[in-house]
Design a protein around this ligand. Structure first.
Ligand SMILES: Nc1ncnc2c1ncn2[C@@H]1O[C@H](COP(=O)(O)OP(=O)(O)OP(=O)(O)O)[C@@H](O)[C@H]1O
Ligand SMILES: [Mg+2]
Length: 260
């Protein structure tokens, strides 16, 4: 059984791709076989974070009949990367049949991996909702700002109303401290549970760390640094990965990865 986890946020730029890349690597370090689907189609950037040169993407599967095996990149980090394509306009607005084609195209991976991590695009587009709902667990990345709260709430509301998605993990990024992160999480949980019948779980928190910024510039994910300077960042990333490892799958109907 492949465990499938979507990383989403509503608001852009809050750390979805950083969390997806680093947590995929940590799950792989825990001994799991992990694939990372960069579902930010047309604006994909996980390959940059992983310093992986990619020649092909899902565009080649959709338009040129390429087999999924031809666009799976075995990265130096140990994670298999399925790139979403960058600068390819046709991928920006996938219709329902193309989204279904992508979800289906991953089926051959079923016997090869333990985890599929899906880095979803920002916003509440059909693509964000459909790819998140195709996973049995959802992690929403939040930062302690009203705009992030609003967008994360809207995203969870759409998942609940459109897909009956009723359990969500919340990771607080860019937090000054553990107590601040807990405060943000509790305030957010109050808002969500007041209006929606959705159960929230705390997935952990990450500090605002210069090491994270530098890792993008050096194209070496923080959890692969030999001598991590930011001990809190590293410990917390490991805690988040453990949370992902122990998530209980939600029971869902509708189109799911690896369900056929
Ligand atoms: N904990 C952190 N500390 C410092 N910088 C961070 C942290 N998390 C993310 N960043 C920085 O924030 C920026 C956005 O991160 P990232 O690309 O992971 O976000 P995203 O949610 O995937 O964005 P998008 O919505 O554009 O896909 C990057 O420059 C990244 O280095
Ligand atoms: Mg991203």
């Amino acid at each position: 059984m492949v465990r499938t986890i979507a990383i989403a946020s509503g608001k852009g730029g809050v750390g979805k791709s950083s969390v997806s890349v680093n947590c995929s690597i940590l799950l792989s370090k825990l001994g799991y076989k992990v694939a990372l689907l960069d579902a930010d189609f047309g604006m994909a950037n996980c390959h940059i974070m992983l310093d992986q040169k990619v020649d092909n993407s899902l565009h080649d599967v959709l338009e040129n009949g390429a087999a999924i095996e031809n666009i799976i990149y075995e990265t130096a980090s140990g994670v298999k990367l399925i790139p979403g394509g960058s600068g390819i306009l046709e991928l920006l607005n996938l219709d329902a049949s193309k989204r279904w084609q992508i979800i289906n195209a991953l089926n051959p991976l079923k016997s090869d991996i333990d985890f599929l991590i899906v880095d979803t695009p920002a916003g509440g587009s059909d693509a964000s909702i459909e790819f998140a709902a195709a996973c049995e667990n959802l992690v929403v990345v939040l930062v302690g700002e009203p705009t992030s709260f609003m967008d994360a709430y809207s995203f969870i509301k759409a998942m609940y109303l459109e897909k009956n998605y009723a359990r969500v993990s919340v990771l607080v990024n860019l937090s000054p401290s553990e107590s601040d992160a807990r405060r943000s999480y509790n305030s957010f949980k109050d808002i969500v549970t007041k209006f929606l019948d959705v159960e929230l779980e705390y997935a952990g928190w990450l500090p605002n760390s210069s090491e994270m910024k530098n890792s993008i510039l050096s194209r070496k994910p923080v959890v692969l640094q030999n001598k991590p300077n930011d001990k809190i960042l590293n410990k917390n990333f490991n805690d988040v990965a453990k949370h992902l490892e122990n998530l209980q799958p939600c029971s869902l109907t509708g189109i799911q990865f690896f369900s056929s």
